[in-house]
Design a protein around this ligand. Structure first.
Ligand SMILES: Nc1ncnc2c1ncn2[C@@H]1O[C@H](COP(=O)(O)OP(=O)(O)OP(=O)(O)O)[C@@H](O)[C@H]1O
Length: 265
């Protein structure tokens, strides 16, 4: 069974002035459990709309999203969302420890387990270590670098034991070196937790490096333009993978297609 099934899902928005805007023309996609899928395309093509529909944060105006075979009417327990901006993923007025505790509470409540708060600090430190952070649990999100904030956002999401992780341009505000490290961290947690990941990015290289499949959305919310499998072997390596012939050919193909599109960037 697919982890996520998107059946003819489309979204039209009505603006405050009563205008109707196409967020996304109907698309259909089947996402296998444990796969890593990226969604790319020009600004305004409907990437975030698609992710929010899968997350149950918005309802489609056409079609339906199914998670593990069940229709999504509200944000499902098995799904977590990491945004570009930490202020959306984390609670800025809570420390890192309190933010992750929030995720843990959620997991314990779902599993009907009695939480023993005395054990939580150890689990929180374990989650932070998993994303390469140590000794920062007493800090507030604003006291961390952009890359560290996104590591905390990932740790918090992992603490609630999701099966599906949705990430909306999570690394676009960090420097290139931190970004490469975050990409490898995400591949590590994807593998070790057996997650299904849907990842929105503007960066075609990032999408190719991370994914099993890259979905290119057409400009103006017109739907899926290309669904390209990435056959480059795993584990991936920042230097070797990006120099691989298959990777470079696919990169050329997708860039060519995106650049050819008539709409302004
Ligand atoms: N709440 C909303 N109300 C009205 N229109 C919206 C709303 N959200 C999105 N849209 C419109 O839907 C279209 C798709 O928006 P969306 O944010 O999904 O694009 P995107 O591909 O994620 O863009 P970007 O790459 O710039 O983040 C755009 O035309 C946008 O203006």
């Amino acid at each position: 069974m697919s982890a996520v099934r998107i059946r003819g899902v489309g979204k039209r928005y009505t603006t405050a002035t009563g205008e109707t805007v196409t967020g996304l023309s109907p698309v259909s996609l089947s996402i296998e459990p444990g796969s890593f899928i990226s969604i790319v395309g020009r600004s305004g093509c409907g990437k975030s709309t698609l992710l929010r529909l899968v997350a149950g944060l918005e309802q489609p105006t056409a079609g339906a999203v199914e998670i593990d075979g069940a229709p999504v009417a509200a944000p499902p327990d098995s799904v977590r969302y990491v945004f570009q901006n930490y202020a959306e993923s984390l609670l800025p007025w809570k420390t890192v420890r309190e933010n992750i505790r929030f995720g843990l509470r959620h997991a314990y409540a779902l599993e009907g387990r009695e939480a023993d708060p005395r054990q939580w600090d150890a689990v929180i430190e374990e989650k932070l270590a998993e994303v390469g952070l140590h000794g920062i649990s007493g800090r507030y999100p604003a006291e961390l670098s952009g890359g560290m904030q996104q590591r905390v956002a990932i740790a918090r999401a992992l603490a609630s034991r999701p099966r599906i992780l949705l990430l909306d341009e999570p690394f676009s505000a960090v420097d290139a070196l931190s970004r490469a490290k975050l990409q490898d961290l995400l591949l590590d947690v994807w593998r070790s937790h057996g997650l299904t990941i849907l990842f929105v990015t503007h960066d075609i290289d990032e999408a190719l490096y991370l994914s099993d499949r890259v979905i290119v959305l057409a400009p103006g919310g017109k739907g899926i333009e290309e669904d390209a499998p990435v056959t480059v072997s795993r584990p991936r390596d920042q230097i070797e993978t990006r120099a691989h012939e298959t990777y470079l050919n696919l990169r050329g193909e997708i860039l060519h297609r995106v650049l050819q599109e008539g709409a302004p960037a």
